[in-house]
Structure formats: structure tokens, C-alpha cells
Design a protein around this ligand. Sequence first.
Ligand code: NAP
Length: 258
Amino acid sequence: MFDDLKGKRVLVTGASQGIGLAAAVAFARQGARVGIGSRSVDANAREALARVRQWDPESEHFPGDLSETAECERLVEKFVARFGGIDVLVNNAGGLVGRKPLAEVDDPFFDQVIDLNARSAVMVTRCALPRLIASARSSGATSSVILVGSIAGYTGGGPGAGLYAASKAWLHTVQKNWVMAHTRDGVRFNVVAPGTVDTAFHADKNEAARASIGATIPMGRFGTAEEMAPSFLFLASHACSGYITGQIINVNGGQYMP
Ligand code: NAP
């Protein structure tokens, strides 16, 4: 079904665990050439690279703190030096940073949340754009940028997560401008918006909290990272989604229906 992903050069940020890792493995299983990013060089990153290399022996890990523009630039440069170009970019790095009610929001916290979730996606995309355009021109197929949004981008997020939620809504919106500007360059932009997915993101919740959240989801449970992955493949594949751009795929078990 995703045959055209074979040989595609795919960069997945935030792929040392969770949703990003599941997506990276899924791309590699399709025969794509996959680079994974993460902030840390740790056991997670080493295990993640080993898992992706089971399918793509030439996969590489590119560490860097994408809250900083210089690191975004370096990531794209290193990926291109290694793979010769970029066909698919998955901007997945992100997270809560912490929970602070409005009364406690200060400048450093504001900057951390926005830099991690919004600046990183903009800057990696900006740096990758010439390569994505070149990919579309040379292949005749569209190239694909996938942003990772969130159910929180619609609902406003959980306690103390207002800035995080707004940063995800910001991603839902900013792509619309890019669609207007770059569709004729052959680049598509779409969002995967997960619901509540069982990853380290929810490590702060005990069993009771997890059960009560699960009960609010029509599917009756959290999603898995692996259940997010096929949506990334679909949006990356020109054969499957070549006429789809500027959209949001909500993968949330029915938890929210916009
Ligand atoms: P996760 O398991 O915590 O993984 C986060 C990944 O992002 C890790 O690889 C992490 O690397 C990387 N990362 C974090 N800060 C970074 C930075 N400053 N620079 C570069 N990489 C960084 O989270 P997840 O649940 O898979 O979440 C993945 C994406 O889905 C995020 O954008 C999140 O907001 C979104 N999302 C998640 C859920 C959910 O319920 N899980 C719901 C909606 C949206 P290090 O470990 O090295 O820091």
C-alpha cells in the first residue's frame, strides 16, 4: 500500500521513544531511509536506533536540542550530508515541559514551551524547505511535511497545559499559510493530532488517573504509539495522499470530534 515510500529519505524528530519511534520504525519497515532525532544521547536513543536499523541498516541518529534554531539548522545539514536530501519531514519533537497555571507562567516557562513545540517545527521546516522543494522537482511526486499537533490544540489541554495546547493549535494553523505559499512548489503540509497516547508523556499519571481518562474515551483506553504510525505513512505517501494538504488527521479513539 505504501510502496512509494521505498527509498524515501525521511527525517523524524523526537524519535528516541514514543510516537516518533513508532513512526520511524514504520517508515523503515516500508523501505524508507530514516534519520531519527532526539535531544539526548542516551539508552533510549541507542535502543531506538537499533530498532530502526533492523529495517534500515543505514539509519542514523542526529541528537540536538531543537528548542534552539542553530540546532534545527545543524540537524537538517547533518541529515542532508548523510542522505543527500529530504523527501519527508516529520516534526514530532515536543512535550509539555511542565504544568503551570496561568498565575505561575513566567517568561522562561513561556519560552521553553513555545520554543520546544512551535519554534522547533518552524525552524526545522524552514531549513528543510529547499530540500523538500528539490525533492518534489526531481521526483515529480510531492514531498511531505507532517506536523504533530494534539487533541489539546482543540480543547485547551489539561491542568496547567494551556501554553502547550496553544502551541499545538498554533501548528494546526500555521500550516495553512504554508499550504498557500508552497503547494505549487510540490510540498504538502498536514498534521497528525493524537489523542491520549500511552507514552512517557503521561508518566506523571497514576493508574487511577489513567483509568478515569480512559473512561472518557469512546474506545475505552489510551491509544498506542503504533496506532499513530499508519497516519504518518499515509500522509507521507504521494500515492495515498498526493491531493491531501492542509488537513488534520485526528487519531484519538473518538475522544474529541471537531
Ligand atoms: P515522548 O515519549 O516524551 O517523546 C518525546 C520525544 O521528543 C523524545 O524523543 C524526546 O527526546 C524528543 N524531544 C523532547 N524535547 C526535545 C528537544 N528539546 N529537542 C529535540 N528532541 C526533543 O512523547 P510522545 O508522547 O511520543 O510525543 C510525541 C509528540 O506527540 C509530541 O509532539 C507530543 O506533544 C505529541 N502528542 C503526544 C500525545 C500523547 O498523548 N502522548 C498526545 C498529543 C500529542 P529526549 O528524550 O532525548 O528529550
